[in-house]
Design a protein around this ligand. Structure first.
Ligand SMILES: C[S@@+](CC[C@H](N)C(=O)[O-])C[C@H]1O[C@@H](n2cnc3c(N)ncnc32)[C@H](O)[C@@H]1O
Length: 189
């Protein structure tokens, strides 16, 4: 299995990013930086005007493209990432306070390359909150976690009250194929 981000990347791996170049390198190491090709597949599932939360939006690689397709997008990430994202993205609501983001409802929550980086207890809490926020979740990411080895990220998603609706086409975004990334549409039980 090939993994681009060092396994066991800590929270600090993300929170100590203070400039856009470092953010780009850590988000997509050794890769050209740009919107995910997966958005084309995601667009087929959403309807115009859908309210979408880009959870762990980073510096906004996908958020502007999602908006340009006609979705009502909101971004959430850690404070340092949202600060950088605001330098690059205009006219989109970006939040770094989960207590605010979780009060609202969304047609879809999109998690791109993020859940595998979140420690187990924090991940479980987010996934339970997602249940009160949306009926649908699209998760693109690595099947194995940086933080636990006794189960897969998708086991935690299932245990948190989500059912697999369907596996979506995951277009490899790097030259060398990443074997252990999947994109899945989940629905609330
Ligand atoms: C590989 S990057 C993906 C960023 C973006 N989704 C993209 O595809 O460009 C992982 C993101 O997860 C965020 N992240 C890591 N731990 C997090 C946490 N506990 N809560 C929210 N976001 C977190 C990081 O700040 C980072 O922006």
């Amino acid at each position: 299995m090939t993994s681009r981000v060092p396994p066991n990347s800590s929270l600090e791996y993300w929170t100590d990013i203070t400039d856009i170049n470092t953010a780009k390198e850590r988000i997509l190491p050794n890769c050209p930086f740009g919107p995910s090709k997966h958005l084309l597949e995601i667009v087929r599932i959403l309807s115009l005007g859908d309210r979408v939360l880009d959870f762990g939006c980073g510096i906004g690689r996908n958020i502007t493209t999602l908006k340009s397709f006609g979705f009502n997008v909101v971004g959430y990430d850690l404070p340092n990432m949202i600060k950088l994202c605001k330098e690059l993205v205009n006219n989109i609501d970006l939040f770094d306070k989960w207590n605010i983001v979780k009060k609202y409802n969304y047609d879809f929550i999109f998690c791109g390359l993020v859940l595998q980086h979140i420690p187990l207890f924090a991940l479980q809490e987010y996934l339970l909150d997602f249940q009160t926020m949306s009926k649908h979740m699209i998760v693109y990411g690595r099947v194995s976690s940086d933080h636990f080895t006794d189960k897969l990220v998708y086991d935690v998603i299932r245990e948190s009250g989500w059912s697999l609706n369907r596996i979506l086409q995951a277009v490899p975004c790097w030259d060398n194929k990443i074997e252990d990334h999947e994109m899945i549409l989940w629905e609330k039980n």
